[in-house]
Design a protein around this ligand. Structure first.
Ligand code: HEC
Ligand code: HEC
Length: 346
């Protein structure tokens, strides 16, 4: 697990695509130009960047679409209604999704962060291509409840969109593919890699003793699943959240009984800001999460064996160890990302 070790070369990262002649993405970059940089400590991106190359105008279009209420039936809900930047693009404080006509969904809204590295989308991995994500919330009767052709017609009749599609794609034609690719250009640039932990990995800062102890404990007890600098193995596990399994999770996609109750390991980046936690939104604080792993994990046929390896159900954790792990988890908070004006509604 070299990515957790100190002394990784202090490379700025591999520059994969650069839109304008933008200076490096520094905290005080006010040019508004966007670029996609794969951090040196991350694995190789999964999204096919060459099939949808990043341009400044494509990104600006994607951002406008992301924050546009007209993507919903009654023009009240945008992607950004449920995915709020200041909370790493979760719906702050909401247990389950809260959409059109105040309707509630049945799962907690995940963070939108480092999506260019995702193989599968949604808690059960039901979608494999970022470009195919948006039709799901748009059509979902409890989220945006709209029809894509109707949405595209609204955009065609708008005074600004045809010109923006022309800037991004060469002509003012508004097609489903272009619409989806622009949204993906916005989403795959949402890279969070400037937390205290990242600065530590790059050799720019040190961790406090408690954070350092937390990191070591995390590596021993949590990093089989929350692994690499993405803090997810991008696989599906049952970590025992449901006492009686009501949401079958991955099983809904594979129909393999071994997948009942398994969910995609979520990233832990900005975890301090993304509560409540789990697909159920049932755990309110990081303390509740650590207490859960320590003593409330529910046994079932598909419970991950990592959670029984201490000779009991759950992970052996003293109160001090929980405090140290929480201190470490807070080093994953990246304020630059959550305040980056380029990712905000303009
Ligand atoms: C009503 C709230 C709501 C709205 C509106 C919404 N989302 Fe989501 N989003 C969710 C929830 C809840 C999930 C998890 C769904 C699941 O796993 O079944 C999710 C999941 C996602 C994911 C997958 C993340 C991952 O790591 O698996 C992406 C990407 C995403 N949404 C993008 C969008 C985009 C783009 C829009 C606008 C077109 C949008 N969302 C609109 C609530 C919402
Ligand atoms: C066996 C794999 C596995 C291990 C080990 C594991 N996790 Fe998880 N973790 C998951 C999965 C899967 C989920 C999502 C489960 C769900 O929502 O049903 C999750 C969810 C979480 C969440 C909630 C994230 C969110 O966005 O809601 C936190 C926080 C978390 N884990 C922290 C930890 C910590 C800290 C440890 C070590 C003490 C740990 N995990 C060990 C697999 C694991």
């Amino acid at each position: 697990m070299t990515s957790y070790q100190k002394g990784i070369p202090v490379l700025a990262g591999i520059l994969l695509s650069l839109s304008l002649l933008a200076p490096a993405c520094k905290k005080n970059d006010t040019s508004g130009a966007v670029k996609f940089v794969a951090p040196a400590s991350f694995p190789t991106p999964v999204y096919n960047l060459s099939a949808n190359p990043l341009t400044q105008s494509g990104f600006v279009l994607g951002r406008k679409l992301f924050y546009d209420n007209r993507l919903s039936r009654d023009s009240t809900i945008s992607c950004g209604s449920c995915h709020q930047q200041f909370a790493s693009f979760v719906h702050a404080g909401h247990i389950v999704s809260h959409g059109i006509d105040n309707k509630l969904g049945h799962r907690n809204t995940p963070a939108l962060v480092n999506l260019a590295w995702s193989y599968d989308f949604f808690w059960d991995g039901g979608v494999h291509d970022m470009d195919l994500v948006p039709p799901n919330p748009i059509k979902n009767p409890v989220e945006m409840d709209a029809q894509l052709p109707v949405v595209l017609d609204r955009l065609r009749n708008d005074s600004k969109y045809p010109g923006m599609f022309k800037d991004a794609f060469g002509t003012d034609e508004i097609t489903t593919t272009r619409f989806l690719q622009a949204l993906s250009q916005f989403m795959y640039t949402l890279v969070s890699a400037n937390s205290k932990y990242d600065k530590y990995v790059r050799g720019e800062t040190t961790l406090a003793a408690e954070e350092q102890q937390g990191l070591h404990l995390f590596q021993q007890k949590c990093a089989t699943c929350h692994t690499t600098d993405l803090f997810t193995d991008r696989k599906f596990h049952n970590n025992g959240i449901q006492p009686t399994i009501t949401d079958s999770g991955r099983y809904n996609v594979t129909l393999d009984p071994a997948d009942i109750g398994k969910f995609k390991t979520p990233t832990l980046r900005n975890i301090e800001k993304t509560g409540p936690y789990m697909h159920t939104g049932g755990l309110r604080s990081l303390q509740a999460v650590l207490d859960y792993y320590g003593s409330s994990v529910n046994a079932s046929a598909t419970l991950d064996t990592v959670l029984t390896r201490d000779g009991r159900t759950g992970i052996a954790l003293s109160e001090d160890e929980k405090t140290q792990i929480i201190a470490f988890l807070k080093t994953l908070t990246d304020e630059d990302f959550m305040k980056d004006p380029r990712f905000s509604e303009q």
